[in-house]
Design a protein around this ligand. Structure first.
Ligand code: ATP
Ligand code: MG
Length: 780
């Protein structure tokens, strides 16, 4: 252990060996907070503390796994196995299974993912004949989610006139009724949604003092990473569990609190010292992750926030290169720029794809980037899209499996009762639902006892329903002896799923089959692995528990070499040598929806801080002057966050391609060579002097970056000798053609030299002001 402790600096060592009592480590990004937690757990175990008594809560299961592996190398794998480690959701799902009957739930309750919740809510809205444009199911779901995370139960809702009023004001007076129905339906289906995992844990700990005492005694030592992003419900759980022994260690950074929109409360970290007696506070100041330029730039930006704890972050690492800022014309150009930079950097420095990450504010931005990466044959992976287990065909298989464990599971039943088609239509389904609601029975029970109910169906349908019941029951029998792999293999064959996916013969069908194969392989691994790490058998219930809370981050085995694409929210806690932050434009980042209040804007700024501090060696910031959003080409301005960074850490350069080609003469100025009419071998990659963007002082932020072009910028690519509009022959009245906007008439010309702009009235697209040195114009 001594050897490992020497891998910490003095400031890190102190909290690591401080085991008893409440303590908080508040420190900036990359200062070793997660490392302290990891080493601290190993240290505690080396001092004889039983791993069964340690509970460690992390932000992702992947983080938990990595910590556990690290701890295993220090104290040995067999001991590390017994640690309670994982996300709030996964740890408390386990506890809820043990205690389920106290809450009236079966221990094999299903965990509904957001897709299941959405479908159920949509179906309730329909059953209640409400207008689905007013009652949008996603909005309704997020509202219900926020009630739950604030511990507002259905009963509490109806007792609080203010809540009712707020929903009525939002034109959704029936919100409470939907909430009530949703909760009842989940309960009847033996299902908990993600928020329930926290809400019910709270219920368990408050209603049953003996249960609280049991877990207080079990978890004598509690550790929480990323404490700044705990929500109210999580906060209360931690408080309750740590109340007896008060051995609670939380680490976090208020500057990285980025989940307020999901109910995270930054006050949890700010108030920690008030919540416990004699809190020891530790600060870490040395950043080990990033270059001086990155650390200083990040400091300069977070400094603009008013609500923050004062912190020092410095690094002994190299100065590093300045942060590169690139302006591009369109989102497509941005993608091409990122792809070509990765391509070249990789070549020049002998790097792997996995040394690069591309971070964006919204998932929609990935498309243009993906296109460009594909063209360059750069392998990438998108995180945070659909997890593997949410793909249609996988969910179909899983739904059969869920029904085996819990036939009450309404969403699973609705999904597969007629898939593959067995002639059980929506009308029959509606009758079953009505009857089930009326008798307060599950749909499966109604199907099983159809003769004893009021459901009127013809005898053919009746037989089909009975066959389905028999099918599921036969699987239940098999489940008593088979492991999850054997069972799933049998189910996919005998349910007709394989036949169904095989029959269409389309490429999609083939992919579906491959995915199912992948699922089966994964199950095989699971069965083997489960025997090794957890000494259990690898049965169906364990498997479902595992996948219900899996995200695609967890599925990453780290074996393939790919560039990582993800939203900044997902990148929290991670690090990469080279990081691109793309789409730095007003209304996109900061998001248009977050500019109403100072606190919203400050959260966006924290998000930017998180993004920048992921980079170890080099950060790139890019923005485009126009971008397709919601199917339209929208003009955009550079994000204020670029300007807020202290200029001395920035290298504001024009796009690389602009140095190589004369924009006016080239077919495609931001030269995706494959797309361009210029054949690649005609282009000489001649190093040219940089065209430097300087900050000016004009009012609009877009104009703050004026272009000064080196005089010796000469065309390098051969062209057909089109008019060089750069030293403009263009006059008012000319008819011009633009590659994207089509034909238009020049209305006005202004500016000089590199700054000449033309106002052009395009037939499609209206009046646009274009900088001639960028615009792809041709006089017709
Ligand atoms: P974040 O706020 O982003 O979650 P963090 O404070 O949790 O960051 P870590 O991820 O623990 O920081 O550490 C950042 C990087 O610095 C890691 O690669 C870690 O291994 C390394 N590191 C931390 N402390 C030391 C140290 N004393 N010596 C060498 N490397 C260190
Ligand atoms: Mg961390």
């Amino acid at each position: 252990m001594e050897k490992y402790l020497s891998q910490l600096n003095d400031a890190q060592l102190e909290p690591t060996i401080q085991i008893e009592g409440p303590m908080i480590v508040i420190a900036g990004a990359g200062s070793g907070k997660t490392r302290v937690l990891t080493y601290r757990i190993a240290y505690m175990m080396s001092k004889g503390i039983d791993p069964f008594n340690i509970l460690s809560l992390t932000f992702t299961n992947k983080a938990a796994r990595e910590m556990k592996e690290r701890i295993a190398t220090i104290v040995g794998a067999s001991e590390a196995k017994n640690l309670w480690m994982g996300t709030f959701h996964s740890v408390f799902a386990k506890i809820l299974r043990i205690e389920a009957d106290r809450l009236g739930y079966p221990s094999n309750f299903t965990i509904y993912d957001t897709q299941d919740s959405d479908r159920l809510i949509a179906s309730i809205i329909k059953e209640m004949s409400l207008d689905k444009d007013i009652y949008k199911y996603k909005q309704v779901r997020s509202r219900i989610s926020s009630y739950k995370n604030s511990l507002i139960t259905v009963r509490a809702y109806f007792q609080n006139p203010e809540l009712k009023e707020a929903d009525a004001m939002a034109r959704r007076p029936r919100m409470g009724d939907i909430y009530k129905e949703y909760v009842e339906r989940c309960f009847k289906a033996g299902a908990m949604d993600f928020d329930d995992l926290l809400l019910k844990t709270n219920e368990l700990l408050t209603r049953f003092p003996e249960v609280l005492a049991k877990y207080q005694n079990r978890f004598k030592y509690i550790l929480v990473d990323e404490y700044q992003d705990t929500n109210h419900s999580q906060y209360l759980i931690v408080r309750a569990l740590s109340d007896k022994f008060q051995n609670i260690c939380v680490v976090g950074d208020d500057a990285q609190s980025i989940y307020a929109f999901r109910g995270a409360n930054i006050n949890n970290i700010l108030n920690f010292q008030k919540d416990y007696d004699d809190v020891k506070v530790f600060r870490l100041e040395q950043n080990y992750r990033s270059t001086k330029n990155i650390v200083n730039a990040a400091n300069s930006i977070i400094d603009k926030n008013q609500t923050k704890l004062e912190k020092i972050v410095w690094t002994a690492n190299d100065e590093g290169d300045k942060i590169k800022v690139h302006r591009l014309l369109t989102d497509g150009d941005e993608g091409r720029y990122v792809a070509s930079t990765i391509f070249e950097t990789k070549m020049n420095h002998q790097l792997k794809n996995s040394d690069f990450a591309i971070l964006y504010r919204t998932n929609a931005q990935s498309r243009a980037i993906e296109d460009a990466l594909r063209k360059r044959d750069i392998k990438y992976r998108i995180y945070g899209g659909l997890s593997f287990y949410q793909r249609k065909e996988i969910k179909d298989v899983l739904s059969y499996l869920r029904l085996i464990i819990n036939p009450a599971d309404e969403e699973a039943l609705k999904r597969v009762i007629n898939f593959p088609p067995r002639g059980i239509g929506q009308t029959t389904m509606d009758k079953l639902i009505v009857s089930a609601n009326g008798y307060n029975r599950t749909i499966f029970e109604v199907m099983k006892n159809i003769d004893k109910t009021d459901v009127k169906v013809n005898s053919g349908t009746k037989i089909k329903l009975q066959n389905f019941v028999t099918l599921i029951e036969s699987y239940q029998v098999l489940n008593q002896t088979a492991d999850v792999f054997e069972l799933a293999e049998h189910v996919t064959r005998t349910s007709g799923l394989i036949r169904e996916f095989n029959k269409d013969g389309t490429p999609e069908g083939v992919t579906r089959m491959e995915n199912i194969e992948e699922l089966l392989n994964g199950m095989k691994d699971f069965v083997e692995g489960q025997k090794e790490i957890a000494d259990t058998t690898g049965n169906l219930a364990e498997f479902l528990e595992d996948v219900a809370l899996a995200t695609d981050l967890d599925a990453d085995k780290g074996d393939a070499d790919h560039v990582a694409l993800m939203t900044i929210h997902l990148a929290k806690g991670l690090e990469f040598p080279y990081v691109f932050i793309v789409g730095l434009e007003e209304d996109l980042f900061p998001s248009a929806m977050s500019m109403n209040t100072r606190s919203e804007l400050e959260e966006e700024r924290r998000l930017f801080y998180v993004a920048l501090t992921r980079a170890e060696k080099q950060a790139y910031l890019t923005y485009a002057l126009s971008r397709y959003r919601w199917g339209k080409l929208i003009d955009s301005e550079p994000s204020r966050f670029i300007e807020e960074i202290d200029e001395q850490y920035l290298d504001i350069v024009t796009p690389i391609e602009e140095r190589r080609f004369n924009p006016m003469l080239d077919a495609d100025i931001f030269g995706d060579v494959e797309d361009s009419k210029v054949s690649p071998n005609k282009i000489r990659y001649k190093p040219a002097k940089k065209a430097v963007l300087k900050k000016g002082s004009t009012k609009r932020s877009q104009e703050k970056f004026q272009v000064t072009t080196p005089k010796n910028l000469k065309p390098v690519a051969k062209t057909d000798g089109n008019t060089n509009l750069f030293d403009s022959k263009l006059v008012v009245g000319n008819i011009v053609k633009h590659i994207r906007f089509g034909t238009g008439e020049v209305m006005k010309i202004e500016g000089k030299g590199a700054d000449i702009k033309a106002e052009i009235n395009f037939q499609h697209g209206g009046v646009k002001k274009l900088l001639l040195r960028f615009a792809k114009l041709e006089v017709v």
